[in-house]
Design a protein around this ligand. Structure first.
Ligand code: ADP
Ligand code: MG
Length: 260
């Protein structure tokens, strides 16, 4: 899958499907005197997979974190499925349940079994009954190929398996979209593929995804769009294969020449 994500034809008449999953306008973010995001405009359509690449310190993580207000923007606007999340009256906790987030560090609870890691937020945040939470958890473990690890503790799993558990844990909340911040950067090289494969499956299922990654193969194969960020701005964006083969901007060329 290189361009376009298969979409449910029955949703064509549904006006909600015209609403952007994520709509960011003129987003600025400063930490003290350090302006880290310098006017970002970004529209992510439902079902779209947007990969974000760029040098360390360019603002990729900060951009992702502002999408669910883990960072408060300095100015600009952010709409999630049409809702202005900077509106004081918005229940941001409710919006956050619509957005799954997966980090470089898996952040699993080490003292809980894999299954309990997957049920705890379902029970506490979604108020799902225990039995139903366990059923959902088992289904999601199956989906990431780890059904047999339900009763293990995270410390007994490989890094790749732990990251797959972290993805399954996010999926248990039925998110409308998933944000990945360098999900394979902490992994030994031989474990990267199994995580990317799970993400590819997720993309094929129509999940809306923003993925900060250094995996250019993934961006090319799975991404609908590639965004190159440098120094707090989007320098260029486009079809991943196109941008990777023919970067127009000198800064993109310089970056790609180091990573490809
Ligand atoms: P990237 O993910 O592209 O490596 P980041 O978004 O993590 O970049 O960081 C961009 C810049 O913002 C860096 O200069 C970093 O030091 C700064 N920064 C990020 N988070 C914070 C924070 N919580 N407080 C102060 N500065 C921060
Ligand atoms: Mg980062």
């Amino acid at each position: 899958m290189t361009t376009g994500t298969p979409r449910d034809p029955s949703s064509v008449d549904n006006p909600a499907s015209d609403v952007a999953a994520i709509e960011i306008r003129d987003l600025h973010k400063s930490f003290g005197d350090n302006e880290v995001l310098k006017g970002i405009d970004l529209l992510v359509r439902p079902g779209e997979v947007v990969c974000v690449v760029g040098p360390s310190g360019s603002g990729k993580s900060t951009l992702l974190r502002t999408v669910n207000l883990l960072e408060q923007p300095t100015s600009g606007s952010i709409r999630i499925e049409g809702t202005d999340i900077l509106d004081e009256d918005v229940d941001i906790d409710r919006i956050r349940t619509r957005i799954g987030m997966v980090f470089q560090q898996f952040n699993l609870f080490p003292h809980m079994t894999v299954l309990r890691n997957l049920t705890v937020a379902q029970e506490r945040v979604l108020r799902r009954p225990k039995k139903e939470s366990q059923e959902v958890a088992r289904a999601m473990l199956e989906r990431v190929g780890l059904a047999e690890k339900a009763t293990d503790h995270p410390g007994h799993l490989s890094g790749g398996q732990q990251q797959r558990v972290a993805i399954a844990r996010s999926l248990c909340m039925n998110p409308d979209m998933m944000l990945f911040d360098e999900p394979t950067s902490a992994l030994d090289p031989e474990l990267v593929g199994e995580v990317l494969e799970v993400m590819q499956d997720l993309a094929s299922s129509g999940m809306t995804m923003m993925v900060v990654t250094h995996e250019m193969g993934f961006a090319r194969e799975v991404g609908d769009r590639l965004i190159f960020m440098d120094d707090g701005v989007i320098v260029e964006e486009g079809d991943p294969a196109e941008v990777l083969a023919n970067p127009r901007h000198q800064r993109t060329q310089a970056f790609l020449s180091k990573v490809l």
